[in-house]
Design a protein around this ligand. Structure first.
Ligand code: GTP
Ligand code: MG
Length: 273
């Protein structure tokens, strides 16, 4: 075959992509990457200094993908080093530790930092995000459950995986889904194919479940003022029941949220004459 034709074919099949890892210090970003690339786990914490860079080759369908991995330091001290590396990323691995709520709560601020650094032409829509709920092997210290993490991720159109760099659980599956989505996006002219994740629930449902989880008492949970009448409580209950009934709502955590609402209504009605 003409060597030029052959080269063009090969070029069409090979891709270069850039991915970055984000999340608080010590959540396990470097260990997840190491587990995938080197098939090993290092129990001792070695903080990433600024940024670590590595290249790996993967095969997705008939394409060879050269993946440039920029593993960011999570410590705020390294902000000045990592801020230059956000641009031109096709994929982001967002990591939190299921045993540390603040690392989960910090995911929003990581997205904010990224948006800020990417500047005005930033298009977060055309980046594949994958959320790793990491350290699931440490079951006893877990404080962020699956439905909460999944809801946060899927309501934003992000993938969600439960992972353990220590045992290897979920790591290969997560990277396979990640690279396959990035390849789909590249084949789609650099646009994230829609829907990236078919969530099957609305933003209103996701926001309501989050609000119910964070409510401070039964009044707050039903969204009525303390001292509300029976009618007001029942009206608020019916509205939530329609939104969250397990037959109608498939959002992660909807069943628990529905049960909490039923219990809140029962306890309020007991005390209202
Ligand atoms: P920075 O580089 O400082 O941002 O931290 P990092 O997110 O890269 O964390 P790193 O991968 O260095 O891991 C931090 C600590 O958590 C290390 O002591 C790891 O051994 C441990 N660790 C990482 N992943 C897991 C896991 O899945 N399970 C358990 N049990 N420990 C983990
Ligand atoms: Mg690291």
């Amino acid at each position: 075959m003409d060597t030029n034709v052959q080269k063009r074919r090969e070029n069409k099949k090979s891709l270069r992509v850039k991915v970055i890892s984000l999340g608080n210090a010590e959540v396990g970003k470097s260990c997840i990457i190491k587990r995938y690339c080197e098939k090993r786990f290092v129990p001792k914490y070695l903080a990433t200094i600024g940024i670590d860079y590595g290249v790996t080759k993967v095969q997705v369908r008939d394409r060879e993908i050269k993946v440039n991995i920029f593993d960011m330091a999570g410590h705020p001290f390294f902000y000045e080093v990592r801020n230059e590396f956000y641009k031109d990323s096709q994929g982001v691995i967002l990591v939190y530790d299921v045993g540390l709520r603040e690392s989960f709560d910090a995911l929003d601020s990581w997205l904010t930092e990224m948006k800020q650094e990417m500047g005005s032409q930033a298009n977060m829509e055309n980046i594949i995000f994958i959320v790793c709920a990491n350290k699931v092997d440490l079951t006893k210290r877990r404080v962020v459950d699956e439905s909460e993490g999944r809801l946060w991720a899927e309501s934003r159109g992000f993938h969600y995986f439960e992972t353990s760099a220590q045992s290897g659980e979920g790591i290969n599956e997560m990277f396979q889904a990640f690279f396959s989505s990035i390849t789909d996006m590249c084949e789609n002219g650099g646009k994230r194919p829609t829907p990236e994740v078919n969530v099957g629930f609305t933003k209103e449902q996701a926001d309501t479940i989050r609000r119910i989880r964070n409510s401070k008492d039964s009044w707050d949970m039903l969204g009525v003022k303390p001292g509300a009448t029976r009618e007001e409580v029942n009206k608020a209950y019916r509205k939530l029941a329609v939104l969250l009934h397990p037959d109608k709502c498939v959002a992660p955590g909807s069943e628990d949220a529905f049960k909490s609402v039923v219990n809140a209504r029962t306890s309020l009605l007991k005390n209202i004459k």
